[in-house]
Structure formats: C-alpha cells, structure tokens
Design a protein around this ligand. Structure first.
Ligand code: GLP
Length: 222
C-alpha cells in the first residue's frame, strides 16, 4: 500500500471515477460501498456526469447518524440523494439503521462489495470506526468521539446539533471489499494518512488495518 499523490482534487476524483467506470464496464452487477463526508463529493459529481449505469446493482453505505430523520439535510441518506442518487439510481441502496444493523453484515456477505470508497477522519477513523475499534468489528452503534463531533460540527448550525451516536459498518466488512479506494483531501489529513499507511497497525488508528488489505489504493491531494 502506498500513497498516490494527485495534483488536484479533480484529478483524484477522476482517477477513482474511472476505476469505477472500468469495473462496471467489466461487470454491471458490481456492488459499490459508498462513503459520505466532503471528500467523495468530487467523485460523485464525476459519476453523476458519467455514462456509468448502476441500475442493475446494489450499494451499501458505510454509516449513518443516529436519531436524524432521513430527510434531515445532514443525514447521510440525504447527502447521498443530493450528491449521487438524484442523478444515478441503483437497483437498491442500503444504509445501516437501527432496524437492519444486526443483518447488515449478512447482507454484505450475500452481495460482496467489489469497490469500497473510504474517507478518513483526522483521528484515523474509517466510516465511524473510532480509535479503539477492533479489527473484527461488525456493524454497530458507536459513541462518536469529541474529535469527530468537533470535526463534523462544520456541517451543523452548532456543535450541540451534532448527533452523539452513529451506526457504522465495522472494520471486518470493510476489509472484505475486493478493492478499496481511500481518499484524503487537504494538508490537515497528511499526518494521519502517513500514520495509517506507514505506521504501526493497531486500533489506535483504525485506518492502519488497511495495510493488511490486499487491494487498497490511497489517493491524496492538497
Ligand atoms: C465522517 C464520515 C467518514 C468520513 C469522515 C471524513 O466522519 N463518517 O466516513 O471519512 O467524516 O470527512 P471529510 O471527508 O469531510 O473530511
């Protein structure tokens, strides 16, 4: 695993977009794992304007806040609708929820993810797997760390409005994806990215587990 430095955010988004297009040309039934956060927005714009057809297949999103209605502008379901699903429809799109989270991993095992998109939190979290999360974790409810609540407060009117809990796909299911693209945008991600890619593999930096994944590409731009 190595960090591929891109010259711009557009270049990074396009590289991953083209990877997805190629995969879908080979197999239109490929399953996608989708991420939220600001980083994949460029990728979703690329895909929204692409000829790629997702209508035959499923997508699984990584995570969702607890206690936010689906039509809350900061819910991840709303985010996906706004940034991708309004332009590209999947046969079915799944989000982990209070109702389905005990079965989410079974569903993913039944329809294995071909390409998983990931961002990274400044504390090394992937999806909402915060530091301390085990490599064997399945979909679960998490208490968000202060660091994550603070980071994500930029999307809310005030820090008090940020949900304190979320439901996230665990590291075990993320690691099962056949191909993973980890995207990071901005100088503030550089240190944690280097720790994740070259540092010790342990749960203090959940993204470091990706070093054990056979087919992960890490793309970075400033
Ligand atoms: C949230 C999401 C993560 C995402 C992270 C980084 O915490 N749950 O999946 O990777 O934010 O967000 P950004 O891309 O905005 O830096």
């Amino acid at each position: 695993m190595e960090i591929i430095k891109c010259n711009s955010y557009e270049e990074m988004s396009k590289k991953v977009g083209v990877g997805i297009e190629n995969q879908f040309e080979k197999n239109p039934f490929s399953v996608l794992g989708l991420a939220t956060g600001s980083t994949p927005i460029g990728l979703y714009q690329y895909l929204s304007n692409s000829k790629v057809d997702f209508s035959k297949t499923f997508s699984f999103n990584l995570d969702e806040y607890m206690d936010l209605p689906f039509n809350h502008p900061q819910s991840y379901e709303y985010f996906m609708e706004e940034n991708l699903f309004a332009y590209k429809q999947f046969r079915k799109s799944y989000f982990p929820s209070e109702k389905n989270y005990r079965n989410y991993d079974v569903m993913i095992q039944r329809f294995p993810i071909d390409i998983q998109i990931l961002g990274i939190g400044t504390n090394g979290h992937i999806a909402f797997n915060e530091p301390g999360t085990s490599k064997d974790s399945l979909t679960h409810v998490v208490d968000l760390t202060e660091n994550t609540i603070k980071d994500n407060s930029r999307f809310f009117d005030s820090i008090e409005d940020v949900p304190k809990q979320a439901i996230t796909m665990g590291i075990k299911s993320i690691m099962r994806a056949k191909k993973i693209y980890l995207l990071a945008n901005g100088k503030h991600k550089k240190d944690i990215l280097e720790k994740s890619v070259y540092g010790e593999i342990n749960s203090d930096v959940p993204a470091s587990f990706l070093q054990e994944h056979k087919n992960t590409e890490v793309l970075y731009c400033e």
